[in-house]
Design a protein around this ligand. Structure first.
Ligand SMILES: C[S+](C)CC[C@H](N)C(=O)O
Ligand SMILES: N[C@@H](CCS)C(=O)O
Ligand SMILES: [Zn+2]
Length: 351
């Protein structure tokens, strides 16, 4: 059972959802890292139009394992394997619409099962600890399951989530039609929130915001944007204009930047802060660049986990409160982020 608001929650409850969750987690929350990256580390071949969503068909056990890896590393929010899983994409593989919808639901079920396993272990561990130490300090962390929605560009599987250049024929209406059914299915899947990830442009943010209102999507969500220059969204649209669209939507409870090099994040946070006071979720990639043709990441500089983690304090100072990693980050990254933030928290309480 999740700790989400569930259907029929009031707008007031929704608007404070993420603020309350972050408070409950101790003033910051940790998101998981690269789902696809960790699947690959376990041997999955994701060279496929469905990319990480391929595992929903071929290796659901691995998906559960990856969620558990991230929970064990300290994540408070895990994102489902539905990023590049679309009903259209499943149909192209020969599945029926109903089967495609079933695979989307399954992505959330797998994440919920991982959370249940994690909770069970925590209960057992803390009971063992309590009986031996008379201390309840190892009680379980709060965990949300976020249903991932990748952009239209992700579905195109040509890397256009990093360009946002969809062509003149792609309108807000067309994007709404593209995303409609998946958003409805995921909103009713048992997820606590929807994560609209790696959004490269303004029209897609507009499409999400309108869809949420029109379809009465009644679970909270976040919209996070990609950037390739640290100033604008990936398409070149102003990040402030993109964030302002997300800010106007009541169901959107956090705004973010993901799958963007760490070195670009601080300036983007400052820009978003000019137009929104909603919680900010930051989960950059490793700093490498994605080559859509070979489906490989190309190393652009020598960033390693430790370098990534050294930025986190600056992002917190700039006003973000939810931190994690995206592509090419691993449970080690998430473990290091968790450690750093909890050390910061205990030093606050000790001074
Ligand atoms: C976030 S990107 C690395 C996902 C994969 C991309 N949409 C592709 O299919 O090439
Ligand atoms: N969370 C996604 C990637 C977003 S860019 C995944 O790893 O499947
Ligand atoms: Zn990513």
């Amino acid at each position: 059972m999740g700790i989400g608001l569930g259907g029929g929650s009031s707008l007031d409850e929704t608007s404070s959802f993420m603020v309350d969750f972050v408070k409950k987690c101790g003033g910051y929350a940790v998101v998981d890292g690269g789902f696809a990256t960790e699947l690959e580390r376990h041997g999955a071949d994701l060279n496929d139009p469905l990319w990480s969503a391929k595992c929903l068909i071929t290796s659901p056990h691995l998906a559960k394992r990856v969620h558990l890896d991230y929970l064990n590393a300290g994540a408070n929010i895990i994102t489902s394997g539905s990023y590049q899983g679309t009903i259209q994409g499943f149909e192209a593989k020969g599945f029926s619409k109903e089967e495609g919808e079933g695979l989307l639901r399954k992505s959330v079920e797998i994440a919920c099962e991982a959370r249940a396993i994690y909770y069970d272990r925590c209960t057992k561990d803390s009971w063992d600890y309590f009986t031996h130490n008379n201390d309840q300090s190892s009680l379980r962390r709060p965990v949300l399951v976020a249903a991932s929605v990748g952009s239209y560009g992700a579905y195109l599987a040509d890397g256009s989530e990093y360009t946002g250049k969809y062509g003149d024929e792609v309108s807000v209406e067309k994007l709404k039609d593209f995303h409609r059914r998946r958003a409805q299915v995921l909103a009713n899947s048992g997820a606590d929130l929807i994560a609209f990830e790696t959004t490269p442009n303004k029209i897609e943010a507009q499409a999400y915001a309108e869809l949420i209102e029109e379809e009465e999507i009644d679970i909270p969500g976040w919209i996070s944007f990609s950037s390739t220059d640290g100033i604008n969204a990936a398409s070149g649209d102003s990040i402030m204009e993109c964030a302002a669209i997300a800010d106007c939507c009541k169901q959107i409870v956090a705004i973010g930047i993901n799958c963007t090099p760490p070195r670009f994040i601080t300036t983007l946070i400052s820009s978003i802060r000019k137009v929104s006071s909603k919680p900010l979720v930051i989960y950059p990639n490793s700093g490498e660049t994605y080559d859509a043709e070979s489906k490989q990441w190309i190393r652009s500089n020598g960033l390693v986990d430790e370098d990534f983690v050294s930025y986190v304090g600056k992002w917190q100072e700039a006003g973000a409160s939810i931190f994690g990693g995206c592509c090419r980050t691993t449970p080690n990254t998430i473990r290091a982020i968790s450690k750093l933030l909890s050390a910061g928290n205990s030093s606050k309480y000790n001074t």
